[in-house]
Design a binder for this molecule. Structure first.
Ligand SMILES: Nc1ncnc2c1ncn2[C@@H]1O[C@H](COP(=O)(O)OP(=O)(O)OP(=O)(O)O)[C@@H](O)[C@H]1O
Ligand SMILES: [Mg+2]
Length: 333
């Protein structure tokens, strides 16, 4: 049994003048030990999907279809209080901005011990000892446990949240763009830290990122999201070396290879679909260089491959399309 199974999950937001389908029929399995990269352009539904998984959607957002099965239990049907008990302990979350998780009026050390004590029977002293060890692990000075969040730099806050997310040794860590708010140097330090911590972590992780090179370095699986749907999923090596969906081929051309010969970036022209309107046909049809009439209406066929799946009406000609796509240097995966 997969650790996390998303079955045909759809999530909608109510708007003042209608609704917006931010996640449309997403299916995905995360196995024990998987580190899944979730990538896609801004607004494609990544944060909505993970908020849906942990039951943290805003009041106008709702799972309208499907199941979120975590260890055999459907989280989408779980009462808020029961879900709260699972948070940090079984599923922890590193958000886009650490300030969303740290309370500005409490000392950081107290916030970490509070999370520990809420879920585990131990003395305050022992919880603080654990917090100290966690700070060692993420490379923060133990003395800083006494400080308030505003006394931390952005990178330090993010390290503190990573410490908190590891405190109860959860089975699944979800990190939503954990480094976007940081400068590039601190970004790479934090990513190195995450990579180092993953070596000693036996659980699973979903890592949301804009950066395919991060996926190549950190993840074993990748889910490519476009316009509210995971349009391709599979093993990192397979997806990045031999993408099946034309959008993934486009992404591959849009990002430079880490080690290969540098080529000019070819960005994907056009804009993603408006999720407040019903989408007919392939959601990538307006930007796809390989679009045909059969792509323009109906549901796109689901094609299973060895390590995952993709949705494309031209699934029987993918090898040919890949040749036409002029893919840039192979990712170093
Ligand atoms: N609270 C909300 N109410 C209404 N619409 C929302 C709300 N939050 C997000 N959306 C819309 O849902 C869609 C998906 O947004 P989401 O934040 O999930 O995207 P994302 O992939 O995480 O983007 P980013 O990479 O910028 O973080 C977008 O069209 C967005 O405008
Ligand atoms: Mg987001």
């Amino acid at each position: 049994m997969a650790l996390l199974e998303l079955n045909e999950v759809s999530i909608e937001y109510k708007l003042s003048n209608g609704k917006l389908k931010a996640v449309d029929n997403v299916s995905l399995n995360v196995e024990n030990g998987d580190v899944v990269g979730l990538v896609g352009e801004s607004g494609c539904g990544k944060s909505t999907l993970i908020k849906g998984i942990i039951n943290l959607l805003p009041s106008n957002g709702k799972i309208t279809n499907g199941e979120v099965i975590f260890e055999g239990e459907d989280l989408s049907k779980l009462e808020f209080e029961k879900m709260r008990k699972k948070r940090w302990k079984e599923i922890s979350m590193i958000t886009q901005s650490a300030m969303n998780s740290l309370n500005p009026v409490y000392r950081v050390g107290n916030q970490i011990t509070e999370v520990i004590l809420e879920h585990e029977k131990m003395s305050k002293h022992d919880a603080m000892e654990k917090a100290k060890e966690l700070f060692d692990l993420v490379g923060l000075d133990r003395a800083r446990l006494e400080d308030y969040p505003h006394q931390y730099s952005g990178g330090m806050k993010q390290r503190a949240i990573i410490a908190m997310s590891l405190a109860l040794d959860p089975k699944l860590i979800i990190a939503d763009e954990p480094t976007t708010a940081l400068d590039v140097i601190v970004q790479s330090q934090i990513l190195e830290k995450i990579n180092a911590l993953l070596e000693g972590y036996s659980g699973s992780m979903i890592l949301v990122t804009h950066d395919i090179s991060v996926v190549a370095q950190t993840c074993n699986k990748v889910a490519v999201m476009y316009g509210g749907r995971i349009i391709e999923y599979g093993d990192v090596k397979q997806v990045l070396k031999k993408p099946n969906h034309p959008y993934t081929m486009g992404l591959k051309n849009a990002f430079p290879s880490l080690t290969g010969e540098k080529k000019d970036l070819i960005s994907i022209e056009g804009t993603p679909p408006d999720l407040s309107k019903k989408i007919d046909g392939c959601r990538f049809k307006d930007r796809c260089p390989f679009v045909l009439d059969k792509c323009k209406s109906g549901e796109m066929p689901f094609t299973r491959v060895e390590s995952g799946y993709y949705y494309c009406a031209r699934h029987d000609e993918i090898d040919h399309l890949r040749e036409l796509a002029d893919l840039s240097e192979t990712w170093d995966v």
